[in-house]
Structure formats: structure tokens, C-alpha cells
Design a protein around this ligand. Structure first.
Ligand code: ADP
Ligand code: TRP
Length: 333
């Protein structure tokens, strides 16, 4: 009997997932769900990185549940994958602390996400700084072989690898060394209004398509997407707006960017945007419909997630105990 490779991933609990999250991360989780042994969690502890003055506990509770509903709506099946809230398994923070002995301050200072976000709004929290150590704990706790994520998370997974190797070197082989799995297309979806920035749920506005947007919102956002004055449907790094739309079309259709540009040769942006909008509506509509149904039954969602937490904890407990023992923290006699 061959054992299935183990896959683990999560998304921060901000409530509304967007197209970048879907194409970069969740779509590949779902596509390979049956072939792997999966642990998918709602990264709610990673949702605590804002300064306290910006954190709204009531809204956060809704966001946690809503994020869980989105996982199910895109096709995560809790009878196939272990699905849970990160905060339901306290070993995540235990292991974070254990790993902090091998995670160097200078390494954390070099993280792109830290460098990008620390300046914004002033007074960045130490949780934001420590974020990659918690993420490494999430991954190593489950002996994950593969971590399917979008391109922007590659650096964090690399860090988890380095710390696993360092920990194993100093304290014995406690951890499996994981690899990031980045999808061949859709790994970096750009904002529709600012095509030089990645689509993000932090950036409010017209540049982000959410998986629960109405049909009208989806169509409007595609039609207003920033392009250029050339009027030629093309894939060209010098023309990031239209290139992003071409890549989106190709990713959704599972075709290549050349096929898309050939198909629309000699036609303007109008026809192309209309076709892309139609396809996008077809993608988003069933997800939105399912999300609405799932949000209506929070008790059932909680039930599913607490079953997942029990299963996750049994694995997490064994790994954390192994790491503790390796550090000399186990029973004294
Ligand atoms: P956000 O950046 O919107 O806050 P997260 O950081 O929680 O989202 O990302 C969750 C997952 O979605 C990660 O695997 C991340 O790499 C992926 N992801 C986020 N934004 C994009 C994007 N614009 N394109 C592709 N993948 C993305
Ligand atoms: N940091 C990831 C993000 O912002 C979310 C995350 C937290 C994660 N822990 C993880 C992803 C572990 C993969 C594995 O997207």
C-alpha cells in the first residue's frame, strides 16, 4: 500500500476569499483532494496581526465562520480532508515557540511581507513580525510534504524548510522538510485597477473580485478593469493590465495565453472583456450560491469543524510531543 503524500495549507480568516486566493491556492487544493492526505485550516491566529486598535472581535467571529463557509463552497469536502480552525489546536502556538529558537531575527526582518506591511499605518504588531514562525509551526506540525500556495507565500514556505532542517540538525530528526507547490497558472493574480500590485483582500475596492460578489459586481469589475490604449488583446509584461486579464481567461479555461490572444486577434477589448465577464460569472455564481446556504447554518459548520479539529489535534499532539522531547522538555524521568 502506498501512503498518500500529505498536503497542508490555510488562508487567513478575513471572511471573504477572492479570485487570487481561489486560483493561487484553493483551486489546487480541491483538484487534488482525493489524491492526497489533506489538512486545510482557517488561519484565524494569523488574523490577529493587526494592531489592537484595528481589531474588531465581533466582525472577526463572523469572518472566521464565513471563511470556513467559503472553503466548503469551493469544494473542500470535510469527509475527505481534515478541515479545522487553527485556534482549535493549541499545539500551533506551542510549536511556534519551540521553533523560535532556530528562527533568527535577521531572517524575519528580511521577509518581504514584513517589509511591505510594517510601515503601513505605523506601529506594526510583533505578531506580524512573528507571522512566519507561526506559519512554519502550522506546516511542520502535520508532517506536511507539500504546501499548495500562491507565489507570494513561497518565501514563507522556504523559511519553514530552513528551520526544519536547522532544528533537525541540532536536535535530531523531528520534522519532515516540506516543499511549496505553486500552480503553473494563476499563482499571482493582479489587482484589476492597479495591475502592478497583486489582488488582495486587504486592498478594498474595484480591483478585487470576491467569490461572493453578485453577477453585476463581477461584470462591472471586469468591464472597468484597467487596460491601455493599444486595443490589442496581448500578453506582454509591458502591458500588465491586459496581460492579467488574458492570464485570468486562460487560467479559468485551462488554456494557454497564446490560445487566448490568437482567439481575440483583430478584436478590441470590448468583446474580450464581455467573454471574460461571462466566464467569471459562471465561475463565481455557484460558489456564491453555496456560500449563502452554508452561512445560514452556522451550527452545522461548527460541528464539521470541531470533528476536523479532533482529528488534527491527534496528529499535532504527537508532533509537538516529539519536538518537545527533542528539546529536552519531555517527562523528567
Ligand atoms: P491576501 O493576500 O489576500 O490577504 P492570503 O495572504 O490569506 O490572502 O492568501 C491566502 C492564499 O491565497 C495563499 O496561498 C496566497 O499565496 C494565495 N493568494 C493570495 N493572493 C493571491 C493572488 N493575488 N494571486 C494568487 N494567489 C494569491
Ligand atoms: N500565510 C498564509 C497567507 O497569508 C496563510 C497561512 C498560514 C498558511 N499558515 C499557513 C499557508 C501554512 C500555508 C501553510 O496566505
Amino acid at each position: 500500500m502506498t501512503t498518500k503524500r500529505r498536503r497542508l495549507s490555510g488562508v487567513r480568516a478575513t471572511g471573504r476569499l477572492h479570485l487570487g486566493n481561489y486560483l493561487g491556492a484553493l483551486r489546487q487544493w480541491v483538484e487534488q483532494q482525493e489524491d492526497a492526505d489533506n489538512f486545510f485550516f482557517i488561519a484565524d491566529l494569523h488574523g490577529l496581526t493587526d494592531a489592537a486598535s484595528e481589531h474588531d472581535p465581533v466582525a472577526f467571529k463572523h469572518a472566521r465562520l464565513s471563511t470556513a463557509a467559503m472553503y466548503l463552497a469551493v469544494g473542500i469536502d470535510p469527509s475527505v480532508s481534515t478541515l479545522f480552525f487553527q485556534s482549535d489546536v493549541p499545539e500551533h502556538t506551542d510549536l511556534m515557540w519551540f521553533l523560535s529558537s532556530v528562527a533568527k531575527k535577521g531572517e524575519l526582518e528580511r521577509m518581504t511581507q514584513w517589509k511591505d506591511k510594517k510601515g503601513k499605518g505605523g506601529g506594526a504588531s510583533s505578531a506580524l513580525f512573528f507571522y512566519p514562525v507561526l506559519m512554519a509551526a502550522d506546516i511542520l506540525l502535520y508532517d506536511a510534504d507539500e504546501v499548495p500556495v500562491g507565489d507570494d507565500q513561497r518565501q514563507h514556505v522556504e523559511m519553514a524548510r530552513d528551520w526544519a532542517i536547522r532544528f533537525n540538525h541540532h536536535f535530531g530528526n523531528a520534522f519532515i522538510v516540506p516543499s511549496a507547490v505553486i500552480p503553473p497558472a494563476g499563482a499571482r493574480v493582479m489587482d484589476l485597477q492597479r495591475p502592478n500590485e497583486k489582488m488582495s483582500k486587504s486592498a478594498k475596492g474595484e480591483g478585487t473580485i470576491y467569490l461572493d460578489d453578485s453577477d453585476d459586481e463581477v461584470v462591472r469589475k471586469i468591464k472597468r478593469a484597467v487596460t491601455d490604449s493599444a486595443g490589442v488583446v496581448a500578453s506582454d509584461p509591458e502591458r500588465p493590465g491586459i496581460s492579467n486579464l488574458v492570464e485570468l481567461y486562460a487560467t479559468i479555461e485551462n488554456s494557454t495565453t497564446e490560445e487566448v490572444t490568437n482567439k481575440y486577434e483583430g478584436q478590441g477589448y470590448g468583446v474580450f472583456k464581455q467573454d471574460l465577464a461571462d466566464r467569471m460569472v459562471e465561475l463565481v455564481r455557484p460558489i456564491r450560491d453555496r456560500v449563502e446556504g452554508l452561512r445560514d447554518d452556522p451550527h452545522e459548520l461548527h460541528r464539521q469543524l470541531s470533528l476536523g479539529a479532533d482529528r488534527a489535534q491527534s496528529v499535532a499532539h504527537a508532533t509537538a510531543a516529539r519536538a518537545a522531547e527533542a528539546l529536552g522538555l519531555g517527562p523528567i524521568v
